[in-house]
Design a protein around this ligand. Structure first.
Ligand SMILES: Cc1cc2nc3c(=O)[nH]c(=O)nc-3n(C[C@H](O)[C@H](O)[C@H](O)COP(=O)(O)OP(=O)(O)OC[C@H]3O[C@@H](n4cnc5c(N)ncnc54)[C@H](O)[C@@H]3O)c2cc1C
Length: 478
């Protein structure tokens, strides 16, 4: 009886504390900035990694850096967990809130502040979508290079959080190679600026540290990004292969020969069928694997590179070669590839793994991936950035069957361990998030992890920012 009364009192205290936090934030911020209604919180309970769900305590949608600063100052005072959120498309659970978290959503900070062609740079608020940057400069012959398939929705802040990539990052690099500066709010509300329009800055490369830090070192409110001039021409070419091994070996040989096309994307047979059924992209259906190789430059440059690539492909049993004949056909080819995740979602639930391997190990890892997934009685479709060795096995399963879901998770873990054991890495572009935090021990020694956590603690001593992500829960400083 006494226990029950004590529990009730504890529950009451928690409810009162929650109400106090919501009231305080409401008072602190302009009207309409705070969301606390249970139903309105639902869209924020998960992200692209739908395996976990958790309602946040409250969501704030600030419009300015100063408002972000006020929120963080308040949260630091009471040591409240804060989860930064862009569009919530993370595939590793990076934006999933934990219990009683204050979510800081950046979606309203969506203005392009400055386009500066002379310095080939754009300054944007962090809630601007990836594609909006290229759209804003396209008519002037420029683009922003990193192109995640989610680029219509995902924000530049989320891209920085995850150091995101995309099909065209083979030639131009991922987010970290295209980021020049940030304005960022630290855990206690302090506003700092790192980098700028110049190509380098003095002192430690803190910008490099922030890119890929999954919202744990601060909340980015503005980003200065590199703009790149569009090439004279660009042409995706489809190479259909008799075997997946042939296609994978072809990729390693293209890169090994010193050729850097703009993109080399791989699809196995299940992926080809899924994407073709959805996008009618003109993919050949009588092959076991497909490479999309995009070349760019003048007509002569494209012809020269293409000839060298075709020569290599012939050595690996290429069965069909199809060059896109028009901008519409080229767009259709990319539509097929870029809608791969959505198209797969039409036929099954899936988890998308994201590991990177040295190119010399592509063939072996692909084969073993198939064996692992089959050993759990599940199916897999592979569609990935082959030129970067960044693999994305999509493990198909039934989310409503707990046994199936557990098998898919285990198969995924085995595949990521396989990537690490092959000399690769747990993530290529989707980050660690919740999904891979316990696998970090497979990649890093205790000393390695402690050093990373020490860096994190130097920015955020109380572990307020996105605390449940990236590092294994056990063994953290308390
Ligand atoms: C269909 C689909 C296709 C995808 N394709 C790709 C792909 O090709 N390449 C790729 O790399 N990824 C891809 N992704 C994954 C995802 O889109 C990227 O990780 C993207 O960068 C996330 O951006 P977001 O705005 O949705 O960020 P969120 O998911 O909201 O957040 C991602 C992480 O960044 C942190 N964060 C967000 N905003 C800020 C900020 N302003 N300051 C500090 N931290 C912040 C969050 O806390 C979280 O840890 C895909 C996802 C989907 C659903």
């Amino acid at each position: 009886m006494g226990g029950a009364i004590a529990l009730k009192q504890a529950d009451k205290n928690i409810l009162e504390r929650r109400k106090q936090i919501v009231d305080d934030l409401t008072d602190l911020l302009p009207p309409g900035t705070v969301i606390s209604d249970k139903h309105e919180l639902v869209p924020f309970e998960t992200d692209g990694f739908i395996a976990y769900r958790q309602l946040p305590l409250v969501v704030t949608l600030p419009r300015t850096t100063e408002e972000v600063s006020k929120i963080l100052k308040y949260c630091a005072r009471y040591k409240l967990p804060v989860v930064p959120r862009g569009a919530g498309t993370s595939l590793s659970g990076g934006a999933i809130p934990q219990g009683d978290a204050v979510v800081v959503g950046l979606s309203r900070m969506n203005r392009i502040l400055d386009i500066d062609f002379e310095n080939r740079a754009a300054v944007v608020q962090s809630g601007v979508t990836n594609l909006a940057i290229s759209d804003a400069v396209s008519a002037d012959g420029f683009f922003y290079a990193p192109d995640p398939s989610s680029q219509l929705a995902c924000t530049i802040g989320g891209n920085i959080g995850m150091n995101s990539g995309g099909p065209h990052c083979l030639k131009y690099g991922v987010t970290t190679n295209n980021l020049l500066g940030v304005k960022m709010v630290l855990f206690d509300g302090t506003i700092i600026e790192l980098g700028g329009k110049a190509l380098d800055s003095a002192g430690y490369d803190l910008l490099g540290l922030v890119c890929g830090s999954e919202g744990q070192l601060g909340i980015v409110t503005e980003a200065t990004v590199r703009l790149i001039a569009k090439a004279e021409g660009a042409r995706p070419v489809l190479f259909g292969f008799e075997t997946s091994e042939g296609a994978a070996a072809c990729v390693a040989d293209i890169i090994g020969a010193g050729l850097i096309p703009v993109a080399i994307e791989f699809m196995d047979k299940p992926a080809i069928e899924i994407c073709e059924a959805f996008a009618k992209a003109g993919y050949p259906l009588d092959v076991e694997a497909l490479l999309i190789v995009e070349v760019e430059g003048s007509e002569a440059e494209m012809e020269t590179m293409l000839a060298a690539v075709i020569e290599i492909a012939k050595r690996h049993g290429v069965k069909t070669i199809k060059e896109s004949q028009s901008p519409t056909e080229a767009a259709q080819i990319w539509k097929g590839r870029k809608s791969a995740f959505g198209a797969t979602g039409r036929i099954a639930d899936y988890i998308c793994m994201d590991g990177t391997v040295p190119l010399s190990k592509l063939t072996e890892v692909l084969r073993k991936t198939g064996e692992i997934v089959a050993s759990y009685g599940l199916r897999v479709a592979n569609v990935f950035h082959a030129g970067d060795g960044n693999m994305h096995p999509l493990i198909l399963y039934n989310i409503n069957d707990p046994q199936d879901a557990a098998k898919a998770e285990e198969a995924g873990n085995d595949i990521l361990k396989l990537c690490v054991d092959a000399g690769g890495c747990l993530t290529g572009e989707h980050g660690v998030g919740i999904e891979k935090r316990d696998l970090m021990r497979h990649q890093y020694s205790e000393a390695d992890l402690n050093q990373q956590m020490a860096v994190r603690a130097a920015f955020d001593p109380d572990w307020i920012l996105n605390p449940s992500k990236v590092f294994p829960l056990e063994g953290r400083p308390q």
